[in-house]
Ligand binder design. Structure first.
Ligand code: TXA
Ligand code: MG
Length: 371
């Protein structure tokens, strides 16, 4: 018996070997079938190089509406349209300003989303009623093959239930959306682990609305100075004003246990974080920690007993890309453990660190401690 509103979710494996391009997948049965499901108005979760996306035909009002229902997402939070080729953008935007042409040339396919004036036939449901539309050409070979074969712009938010961490593995999508989507394409873990950088290209000067896989520094090498929306980091919240990217005004993922983010540089950072964990432990609280491998090494060197703490290792501070790739998994892991408080180690905000800290500050609901 089928439960009303439930879908019979199919999970199809699409193993990706290193260096494989989209051509390797275009004739494969999972891609051909998933592309047809998209064209027919269904929902397909698929891997991208950032996080898994929950895709539907972005020009089909009913299909896009069903994305919001499956995620439990507020209707005024607009979606990103995903395309497989530059030509495909002409149907969905009014014009490509020179700035956007340069950014697309430098970073597509890749983890960059451009906000542009929308073409008339892009439905308001896709753009949350805005006159602008967000567009991205992902670089994941499975995503590119699916988009190319589907032949329609694919609206795809991250494939998590609204308010949960973005999925970086098919297992996360299964946890959140099984029974709510037609297909989950399992292409293994995503590489980057934080979402794309969203850049507003509609004004005279480009503005980063959401930091992500392409760093501010990398953007500036191509187009010169780029502004950062004041809502990106807590330190910038002094300024208020209208929120440009509707996604930023929503409560983002917050772990079940209250979290605090400790900011600073080692060794002060390591000392402060360790003190905090000890204080909470002394109060009889079960402590969860999200820390670097360097901090774990510091505990070992200082003979600090971390045996009573639940620890999720984010990777090495020397490799921020590794940390970006693991933060959502660590947050999901800590939620599985029964901890009363979570302490998170902050990282420098250069490069991909800006995106990491933007997500961690939100997870900590802006409870920040300076070391
Ligand atoms: O990496 C990614 O971008 C992933 C993968 C699946 O491509 N997608 C993703 O989508 O993160 P989503 O829906 O979780 O986040 C889209 C963000 C939201 O913050 C939304 O408010 C913003 O982009 N956005 C979308 N359209 C916009 C528009 N027209 N103007 C301003 N912001 C927009
Ligand atoms: Mg999202």
């Amino acid at each position: 018996m089928e439960v009303k509103g439930e879908k019979r979710t199919q999970i199809w494996q699409v193993p990706v070997s290193p260096g494989a391009g989209p051509e390797a997948f275009k004739q494969s049965s999972p891609i051909l079938r998933a592309a047809r499901i998209l064209r027919e108005g269904g929902l397909v979760a698929f891997p991208t190089e950032t996080v898994y996306g929950l895709g539907a035909n972005g020009l089909d009002v009913d299909a896009v509406t069903s994305i919001f229902a499956a995620k439990g997402r507020p209707a005024d939070n607009p979606l990103i349209l995903h395309i497989a080729s530059l030509e495909a953008i002409h149907g969905i935007v009014k014009e490509m300003p020179p700035l956007a042409i340069r950014l697309a040339g430098a970073f597509w396919p890749g983890p960059l989303t451009l906000v542009l004036e929308k073409a008339a036939h892009v439905p308001p449901v896709t753009t949350g009623g805005l006159d602008t539309v967000a567009v991205r050409m992902p670089s994941h070979p499975v995503a590119l093959a699916l988009l190319d074969v589907a032949g329609v712009p694919v609206a795809a938010p991250s494939a998590n239930r609204s308010g949960r961490p973005s999925p970086t593995e098919a297992a996360h999508v299964i946890t959140d959306l099984f029974g709510k989507v037609d297909v989950i394409l399992d292409g293994g873990p995503t590489g980057i682990g934080v979402e794309s950088t969203v850049v507003d290209c509609t004004g005279a000067k480009p503005i980063i609305l959401r930091p992500g896989g392409v760093s501010k520094e990398a953007l500036e090498k191509v187009i010169g100075e780029v502004d950062l929306d004041p809502h990106v980091l807590a330190a910038q919240e002094v300024e208020t004003g209208p929120v440009r990217s509707p996604g930023m005004k929503y409560k983002h993922y917050a772990p079940k246990a209250p979290a605090v983010l400790v900011e600073g540089e080692p060794p002060g950072l390591f000392q402060r974080l360790t003190e905090l964990a000890r204080e909470l432990e002394a109060q009889g609280q079960q402590v969860g920690l999200m820390v670097s491998s360097e901090l774990m090494q510091y505990w070992q060197d200082q003979a600090i007993d971390s045996g009573g703490w639940q620890i999720a290792c984010m990777g090495s501070r020397a490799n921020p890309g590794e940390i970006a790739a693991s933060i959502y998994r660590c947050l999901r892991d800590l939620d599985q453990m029964s901890v009363a408080k979570i302490i998170i180690e902050g990282v420098p905000t250069s490069g991909i660190g800006l995106a990491i800290m933007n997500r961690l500050e939100k997870a900590a609901a802006h409870r920040i401690v300076d070391a």
